[in-house]
Design a protein around this ligand. Structure first.
Ligand code: SAM
Ligand code: DTB
Ligand code: SF4
Length: 343
């Protein structure tokens, strides 16, 4: 699938910039880190124009998917992700909350659908999926969400091929497993699982025919080159992940990253825009950190090609803008969400 370069406005660009536009229109998997750095550093107006040009062609109509999130198993996770309030290595750990049962989870999914969500995402604070009753319950939740006519997404750490196959049989639409940051910066953030293990998990998800939700976080103390490197790995996946969540760090007290400087909203805009250019047909999800972006920051992210938001008062454990606030945001943008009912 490629876009037609001829259809893109290149008039008035220097030769070099026009060349970049032509490249953007190809559906490539071989972006170099240096090329992506050039994009990330473009004058903002040029970057927005290019991202919009791609977005309008690849996803006509500027529609947005509303996805609701629910934490089914909260806290007590063995991994040591430095950003995460659910790691047992961090004093922020929220262990002790009971795991949710199938019926209340489906009740929440139904309520999310009624509020307008098209996708329902469920999280387990696990290093890897465990066999037994919790996994059987997860399968029931997945099939129950699908029966409601919603897309179902699970994020629960690493998994085996047979587990991926059972999730596929239950009707799972997508599995979320993020790369989080660049291979180079990764060791500063997580020591209990390798980048390679993450990539292998992604391959297992793919092998079962489940679509991939895979993205990262900015604001972890990474460099611009790290951001470009993360995007190069994501765009290097074949096919591109169907969904690419872009998170800004929510600095939670009790995590090693609690004192990180907040991300400049325009950095999020740039990240979204470049993700859109590199992966024209993926859903670019404006994820954690939306509250700190403000209304205009979020609108710029939508303009830059974000075509999904997490919808509902909470993400997994941290706050998200309220439903009414989001409805007002979309109305201000004149953006229409996809219908709640999907086939
Ligand atoms: N345990 C599973 C895993 O790591 O794949 C699933 C849950 S985990 C919370 C899902 C993703 O949320 C992480 O990969 C990370 O990208 C994002 N995340 C977690 N805490 C965050 C924070 N404080 N700020 C921004 N993103 C965060
Ligand atoms: C993703 O990339 N971001 C979402 C979803 N995938 C699972 C999770 C964000 C979590 C933010 C911190 C929290 O609420 O605990
Ligand atoms: Fe948090 Fe997931 Fe890392 Fe566990 S694996 S600490 S839940 S981000």
């Amino acid at each position: 699938m490629t876009l037609s370069p001829a259809a893109l406005p290149t008039q008035g660009l220097t030769q070099d910039l026009a060349q970049i536009v032509r490249h953007e229109l190809e559906h490539r998997h071989d972006w170099s880190v240096a090329e992506i750095e050039v994009l990330l550093d473009l004058p903002l107006m040029d970057l927005l124009w290019r991202a919009q040009s791609v977005h309008r062609q690849a996803n006509p109509g500027y529609r947005v998917q509303l996805a609701s999130l629910l934490s089914v198993k909260t806290g007590g996770c063995e991994e040591d992700c430095a950003y995460c309030p659910q790691s047992m290595h961090n004093s922020s750990d929220l262990d002790g909350r009971p795991n949710l049962e199938v019926a209340p989870v489906l009740e929440r999914a139904r309520a999310a659908k009624e509020a307008g969500a098209q996708r329902f995402c469920m999280g387990w604070a696990w290093r890897e999926i465990r066999e037994g009753a919790p996994f059987e319950a997860m399968l029931k939740m997945v099939s129950g969400v699908r029966e409601l006519g919603m897309e179902a997404c699970v994020t629960a750490g690493m998994l085996t091929v047979p587990q991926a196959q059972r999730l596929a049989e239950a009707g799972l639409t997508a599995y979320n497993h993020n790369l989080d940051t660049s291979p180079e910066h990764y060791d500063q953030i997580i020591s209990t699982r390798t980048y390679q293990e993450r990539l292998e998990t992604l391959a297992r998800v793919r092998s079962a025919g489940i679509s991939l939700c895979c993205g990262g976080i900015i604001g972890l103390g990474e460099s611009g080159r790290d951001r470009a490197s993360l995007l190069a790995v994501l765009a290097g996946l074949e096919p591109h992940p169907e969904s690419v969540p872009i998170n800004a760090l929510v600095a939670v007290e009790g995590t090693p990253l609690e004192d990180q400087q907040p991300v400049d909203p325009l950095e999020m805009v740039r990240m979204v825009a470049v993700a859109r250019i590199l992966m024209p047909y993926s859903r670019v999800r404006l994820s954690a950190g939306r509250e700190a972006l403000g209304r205009e920051g979020q609108l710029l992210c939508l303009l830059a090609g974000a075509d999904s938001i997490f919808y509902g008062d909470t993400l997994l454990t941290t706050a998200n803008p309220g439903v009414t606030e989001d409805q007002e945001l979309l109305a201000a943008a004149g953006v229409v969400p996809w219908d709640a009912l999907v086939s």
